[in-house]
Design a protein around this ligand. Sequence first.
Ligand code: NAD
Length: 378
Amino acid sequence: MKLGIPREHREGERRVAATPESVKQLAGLGLEVLIEAGAGEAAGHADDEYRQAGAAVVPLLVAKELDVLAHVRPLDPHSALSLKPGAVTVGLASPASELDTVQALADGRITSFAMELVPRISRAQSMDALSSQALVAGYRCVLEAAIRLPHFFPLYMTAAGTVPPARVLVLGAGVAGLQAIGTAKRLGARVFANDIRPASADEVASMGGTFIRLDLETAEAAGGYARQLSSDAGTRQRQLLAPHVAQSDVLITTAAVPGRPAPLLVTREMVQGMRPGSVVVDLAAESGGNVEGVVAGADIAVPTADGAGHVSLVGLKDPASAMAADASRLYAKNVANLLALMVRDGTVAPDFGDEVLAGACLTHDGGVRHQPTAELLA
Ligand code: NAD
């Protein structure tokens, strides 16, 4: 069966759904891999590397000839409709926001698998693209902060005097937050963190951070995810966090609640209460932001309350794409592992009795299989 890997078309997207390494795995499954010329270029892979790994490099993918399409960013409705009925797609689908594409996939009788919907169970860890891309984003956001901060992260004791370490606060200690803590720690900062899930205190400590306990309800929903705080608890959380934010040189926010806009954790007033030169990086900027006034893809200079300078408020956009080589390496492996679950002797035949495939399936046989998305479309 023919598996196509397209050149990604969304503006700013540098990742690719297959690397030469994953092509070997896919070819080993008996799939004939066709890759669009230049698809891996921005992630550091020349066409020749793909050829050597066993793929055929084609100037353009002909959608109707493909049995499987593996992609990074969600397809657009037109691309979804140009596939042949019964074809399989695997990739990020943003089902809650790309409803037109979901409808097109269903109308075109495409069997689509959304990488975001892969169940977060132990057996599916090697297919968990949310985690692999959050790891990249968590690392990257600290580097973005470090480069903007006019101070060192580590403690320096030099003949010219002692420079104290930077103080970093991470709000939201999921996969990205924990990576941010580890990265800031490796750079030598003093790192503090807060989350509303009870398990997060130990996880923060295991990465070398100091957990900030707030006198707040914990908020955990099914599957170990956070649930949204009540409006009163949210206000209280912001009040309790304010002095910690004011003391920090760097604030990294990564808080998210599945199916909801990002919770507002930091008001403009709290940002203005930081010292001049401080840096705030909001990883949740693309889903509404944890910080008031943040804009995805923009650096905003927020004047400090004392009028002495400004705080850099950074709304990160596509942080994983900015590290396209390793983000693609991990993503491509996630995709290949998911495909390996459904390919037998070169034939793609998903068994929906498998909880991973059943959970990840978005559309099949003309219908939307993912219930929350089906409800949004109803
Ligand atoms: P996420 O991106 O959904 O959210 C990021 C973090 O924000 C979470 O830790 C969440 O608790 C936190 N948060 C939400 N509201 C907050 C608030 N008001 N204040 C502070 N923090 C707030 O999370 P994620 O990184 O996808 O991880 C979610 C859960 O899934 C975690 O428990 C993680 O350990 C778990 N997980 C399990 C697996 C697995 O394979 N078993 C894999 C990955 C993640």
